[in-house]
Ligand binder design. Structure first.
Ligand SMILES: CC(C)(COP(=O)(O)OP(=O)(O)OC[C@H]1O[C@@H](n2cnc3c(N)ncnc32)[C@H](O)[C@@H]1OP(=O)(O)O)[C@@H](O)C(=O)NCCC(=O)NCCS
Length: 156
């Protein structure tokens, strides 16, 4: 598997990342299917250890990687394809503000069958301030709404 990831990365078709949390490897995030020319696009896949699920690790990782892809690598579009029943993964893209592009019927062969997938995407123009910064700001605003006594929220 590592050999495959390295070969794909060397060919410019993939960006494989590991995710560390508190000094421990807890997940992976891969930008795959990178296509250049008039498309400049890739799709993101990810997983995180159940022991750290629900702490915002993946939205943070996706934010970092999308910013890297748009600002450093030069991609224009990133998409995430998610099975409709995968609620936690849908929450990740919803919280980050990915645009919903609809359903791809029987899109990928997984666990012995062709599975429908929902498509979510972002283009670079949609996040001029950066995806990580936007996600952090949204989280701070939500925290202030939940606790109006926090600094910066006195007049709201
Ligand atoms: C999808 C996944 C990457 C989310 O990562 P994460 O770092 O837990 O993301 P978040 O912390 O933002 O949590 C997302 C949602 O997971 C759910 N969640 C919360 N705590 C959880 C827990 N302990 N265990 C499982 N899911 C939990 C919640 O619905 C949460 O949404 P909320 O913030 O609105 O409450 C992770 O659940 C995972 O690896 N799942 C298995 C692999 C997978 O589905 N990959 C995606 C394929 S498209």
């Amino acid at each position: 598997m590592v050999r495959h990831l390295r070969a794909e990365a060397a060919a410019g078709r993939m960006l494989p990342f590991v995710i560390e949390y508190q000094g421990r490897l807890v997940g992976q995030l891969t930008v795959a299917g990178i296509t250049w020319g008039s498309m400049c696009s890739g799709h993101v896949g990810y997983w995180v250890d159940e022991a750290v699920a629900g702490r915002g690790v993946m939205p943070t990782a996706v934010g970092l990687v999308v910013d890297h892809c748009f600002r450093t690598v030069g991609l224009h579009r990133i998409e995430v394809c998610i099975r409709p029943e995968n609620g936690p993964s849908r929450r990740v893209v919803e919280k980050l503000g990915f645009r919903s592009e609809g359903l791809r019927p029987r899109y990928l062969h997984i666990d012995g069958a062709w599975r429908d997938h929902l498509v979510f995407a972002l283009t670079a123009e949609e996040v001029p301030e950066g995806l990580l910064a936007r996600w952090r700001r949204a989280r701070e605003q939500q925290a202030r709404r939940q606790d109006p006594s926090k600094p910066g929220n006195a007049s709201k």
